[in-house]
Write a protein that binds this ligand. Structure first.
Ligand code: FDA
Length: 408
């Protein structure tokens, strides 16, 4: 094999993690080949954050990753997140003169288009002399080790064979297949006998069965702040965020966040008036008002929701001063603790990320290298580490890429 096809490291997948890892490895003096099968580079960065790339989160505490990351072992990401922090990525963004702002809950967005982050990563790759092959598909990966221990990954690509002692898999998850997502990473993991936690869509809208959902379909487009919960006791998760009614179900940040924790067949509990004692407010209205119940409820929640909640309930079609206490209590319960069981999710087409992936027990948390397959690394979303909405997934991509590159 000629020098031209011999590298120190081949990185497969030129998304967030792959670009950053290739740049870091190149800047450390390694000869790096970065391969991607898509025509366009880093499409998920381009569309992220509504086109403004929510590139990290200031609130991320690397000492407590379980606060913002989901997976079989959220503590796995502690080491990488501590060694490459949100502040370090912000410093890089600042060095490249990219203006940014904090939206809410520590979320940092570009002031301009996400393309600025892609340009920054490409400039970092250029600094490291990274060679790009794109579009280029990988046909097969083979491993051999010489008697002396010299290892070699032979990667057969649509542009010919290449070889390197180190292979980094940064091919992401399954979400948004139209942007080039593939199961390549999971297939390579299985080829080398690594366990994969079954992938599933996460940060995804939830859907509800046709007939049961019919009374709420008319609320499509309504958005309001809610408290949403799932799970019992130790597994209970709750978010205080905005919820959006859609034609098929529920979306918005509250629902995307809870979707990463929701288990099929289990209910969600939603408080449509967080921070308000609805029973007390209705009781107080009953004592002083002759308005209809729906109108009084509309002072506590949006009127479209109030109408939907009293419609079809004969006991609620009257002035509030004539309402039975029991009927008002039941109404308050349905506003504060509405229980509904999703039928499923909108799937990978609409999921921002994929939960599950390469089992973290297979990887070193220091280097992202496989424990049983020397020189084989997995970084970014392909690993069973899933962040909350709000820049956490990109920070995992940067941090895992950095940890990997530092160890090559
Ligand atoms: P990523 O998906 O970025 O890259 C994988 C690359 O591998 C792609 O370029 C793909 O073409 C390539 N590839 C796949 N299969 C291949 C194969 N067989 N051969 C060669 N190449 C292959 N996160 C966040 O923190 N803030 C945000 O604002 C958002 N916003 C957001 C919006 C939307 C609509 C989505 C879908 C996702 C987000 N995310 C996000 C999530 C974030 O985009 C995601 O977690 C990271 O991009 C993951 O980075 P990776 O590099 O691991 O995969």
């Amino acid at each position: 094999m000629s020098d031209a096809t011999q590298f120190d490291v081949v990185v497969i997948g030129a998304g967030a993690a792959g670009l950053f890892c290739a740049a870091q490895a190149g800047q450390r003096g390694l000869k790096v080949l970065l391969i991607d099968h898509s025509e366009r580079i880093a499409e998920k960065i381009r569309i992220s954050g509504g086109g403004r790339c929510n590139f990290t989160n200031r609130d991320l505490d690397p000492r407590a990753p379980q606060k913002h990351f989901v997976g079989e072992n959220p503590n796995f990401c502690r080491s990488a997140l501590s060694r490459y922090t949100a502040q370090q990525f912000i410093a890089l963004v600042d060095r490249h003169g990219i203006a940014h702002h904090e939206k809410h809950k520590g979320q940092l967005f570009c002031d301009g288009p996400s393309q600025q982050i892609i340009n920054m990563l490409l400039a970092e790759c250029a600094d490291g002399g990274v060679i790009h092959w794109q579009p280029c598909s990988v046909k097969s990966v083979a491993y051999s080790a010489a008697d002396g221990g010299a290892r070699r990954y032979q990667v057969d690509t649509s542009r010919g064979p290449v070889a390197a002692p180190n292979l980094v898999i940064a091919t992401g998850g399954l979400s948004i297949p139209q942007l080039g997502a593939s199961d390549f990473g999971y297939r390579i993991a299985r080829q080398f006998d690594l366990e994969v936690i079954p992938p599933r869509p996460a940060l995804v809208p939830l859907t509800f069965a046709g007939e049961g959902w019919a009374p709420y379909a008319g609320l499509a487009g309504l958005a309001l702040p809610v408290q949403i919960e799932t799970g019992a006791k130790k597994e209970r998760m709750a978010f205080l965020e905005d919820l959006l009614f859609t034609h098929r179900g529920l979306s918005g940040p509250a629902v995307l966040q809870i979707s990463s924790y929701w288990k099929e067949g289990t209910p969600l509990t939603i408080d449509f008036a967080p921070g308000t004692d609805v029973a007390a407010a209705l009781g107080e209205a009953k004592a002083r008002s002759r308005k209809r119940i729906g109108n009084e409820l509309a002072t506590l929640v949006p009127s479209r929701l109030a109408d939907a909640w009293v419609d079809g309930e004969p006991a609620l079609q009257r002035p509030i001063n004539e309402a039975a206490d029991r009927a008002l209590q039941a109404l308050a319960e349905r506003i504060e603790r509405w229980q509904i069981t999703p039928a499923g999710t909108e799937g990978y087409k609409k999921a921002e990320v994929t939960a599950g992936g390469v089992d973290t027990r297979e990887l070193s948390s220091q280097t992202m290298e496989s424990r049983k397959q020397p020189g084989l690394h997995f970084i970014g979303e392909v690993v069973d580490v899933t962040g909350w909405l709000g820049g956490y997934n990109f920070q995992w991509a940067w941090a895992s890429a950095f940890a990997c590159a530092a160890a090559l």
